[in-house]
Ligand binder design. Structure first.
Ligand code: SF4
Ligand code: SF4
Length: 476
């Protein structure tokens, strides 16, 4: 599966070839055992053991023994024979009341765009448009900073709606939080997710001063973006955003400016989008599949996910090519996946939601994360009353990957963590084949790049920030 798709004659044929390749990777990555998965590269066979996320080269005979065991034999017995099975790296015990290290503030629950797929329902989360009060913002900062142990590393995120619709409070809260963090001896990072339409030169200076991770939502080339993310008037927003973001791209040193593309059936030509945004100077560019929207608009279906996987692999191959050539290519999904594989990440949850990360609504309600604002499913108490310990304990118990089906039987469970809670609770798990297919490709890419001299250093070329997405599912 290492050969790139050859360039077919027409765009339709090219799309069909990508979809076909996505299907092949989905098939090759189907779970045959929860305890092992096989990967082949040009260099030979490799075995991935989910327990501890360990990746081994396997000589041909050993690879064949695994293949036989996966074809109805006893994988557990083989692991015992090889002496690679000990106490599981992850047990069934849920996290208990971890310290909060990240908060996102819905500082403005209103928006000037009318994106039909918006989880926040045009920024208002199904309620009335409102700004966060100063009191709520102060209480949120107190919860984050005053509750932290000295030396802790914290993150304060501003989201909406469109957070710059409440710029004065955003700036005031940032300054206050920095002062408190300095007094307390904790490290505090800032991030913002913005639609980019209200950005100014002054914002660029402010974000640079405070070292913000700035994520700008952009959904592709102009025509596609304007269809998906118009102003409420129906007018396109692409040109305005690119004009507004230019001073940020020019200034970014401490600040890092990332483009995040929400992938729908209408903007599946990922490589062209990636190249355009990389060329525009974004620090990194990442793709998120749209799996759930309030009215079901623009959600990806099975055949869309097949094409998306083929497109992601195409982008990944370009990343491999550029990395080998020593050129930066800041494709965030790839960089994140390679880092997780390199670290041997094994996690019992997909993200920090409801654990070390909470969302705060404009009126001070606490939620499992920014997407659960206004959703009783993820309610976690309030700034006034404090974190609801019972709800949080129940959440952490029930959301543990060992309690999820079909995750218990999936080789990818400790890299994936069980999928975004918000999507899973609303829509189940329609994207598992996509997730596994992407991971299967990334494991192969990791092995190929590791075999290249100096590859680990080059993997971090472009330095996609963990900050903007630290509490997001890393691999979806
Ligand atoms: S959500 Fe993730 S861990 Fe669960 S079955 Fe799907 S791919 Fe596997
Ligand atoms: S992955 Fe999903 S549940 Fe987790 S923080 Fe992101 S939106 Fe929330």
């Amino acid at each position: 599966m290492g050969d790139p798709v050859s360039a077919p004659a027409s765009a339709g044929e090219r799309g069909e070839a990508r979809r076909q390749e996505g299907r092949l990777f989905m098939h090759a990555s189907l779970p045959r055992s929860p305890d092992a998965h096989l990967v082949e590269t040009e260099a030979g066979g490799h075995v991935f053991l989910p327990d501890g996320s360990r990746l081994f080269d396997a000589a041909e005979r050993l690879y064949q023994r695994f293949a036989t065991a996966l074809d109805g034999g006893d994988v557990g017995a083989l692991l015992d024979q090889l002496g690679v099975r000990g106490a599981p790296a992850i047990d069934d015990v849920p996290l208990t009341a971890p310290p909060v290290h990240a908060l996102s503030l819905a500082i403005a629950q209103k928006c000037n765009l009318g994106c039909t797929y918006c989880y926040a329902q045009q920024g208002e989360f199904g309620g009335a448009a409102q700004n966060m009060t100063r009191q709520a913002a102060e209480q949120a900062v107190d919860l984050l900073v005053n509750g932290a142990a000295p030396g802790a590393r914290l993150n304060l995120a501003f989201l909406g709606g469109e957070p710059l619709a409440n710029r004065a409070l955003l700036q005031e809260t940032t300054r206050r939080a920095r002062t408190l963090a300095d007094q307390r001896g904790v490290t505090l990072g800032f991030s913002i997710t913005t639609n980019g339409t209200l950005l100014t030169e002054e914002d660029a200076a402010f974000f640079e001063t405070f070292g913000f991770a700035v994520t700008v939502s952009l959904d592709g080339p102009r025509e596609v973006h304007d269809r998906l993310r118009p102003f409420k008037s129906g007018q396109g927003s692409f040109d305005r955003i690119m004009r507004n973001v230019a001073p940020l791209l020019a200034r970014q040193r401490r600040m890092q400016v990332t483009a995040r593309v929400t992938v729908t059936p209408q903007n599946l030509a990922l490589r062209a989008t990636l190249d355009q945004l990389v060329d525009a100077g974004f620090h990194s560019v990442g793709f998120s599949p749209l799996l759930r929207s309030p009215g079901g608009d623009a959600e990806l279906a099975r055949h869309d996910l097949e094409l998306m996987l083929g497109e992601m692999i195409d982008c990944g191959r370009e990343f491999e090519r550029r990395t080998r050539a020593g050129e930066p290519y800041p494709f965030a999904n790839m960089l994140n996946a390679l880092r997780e594989i390199e670290r041997g990440t094994h996690r019992p949850y997909p993200c920090g939601a409801g654990a070390g990360y909470l969302g705060v609504s404009a009126d001070g309600a606490l939620a499992a994360c920014h997407r659960f604002v206004g959703d009783p499913e993820g309610a976690m108490g309030s700034l006034q009353q404090g974190i609801d310990g019972d709800r949080r304990a129940t959440w952490l118990r029930e959301r543990h990957v060992h309690r999820q089906e079909p995750c218990q039987g999936c080789w990818a469970r400790y890299l994936c963590g069980g999928g975004c809670h918000h999507e899973v609770i609303a829509r189940g798990r329609p994207a598992c084949d996509y997730i596994r297919g992407w991971l299967h490709y990334c494991l192969g890419a990791y092995l190929r790049l590791s075999a290249t001299a100096a590859a680990p250093a080059k993997m971090s070329v472009g330095g996609a920030p963990a900050t903007a997405s630290r509490d997001e599912a890393p691999l979806g």
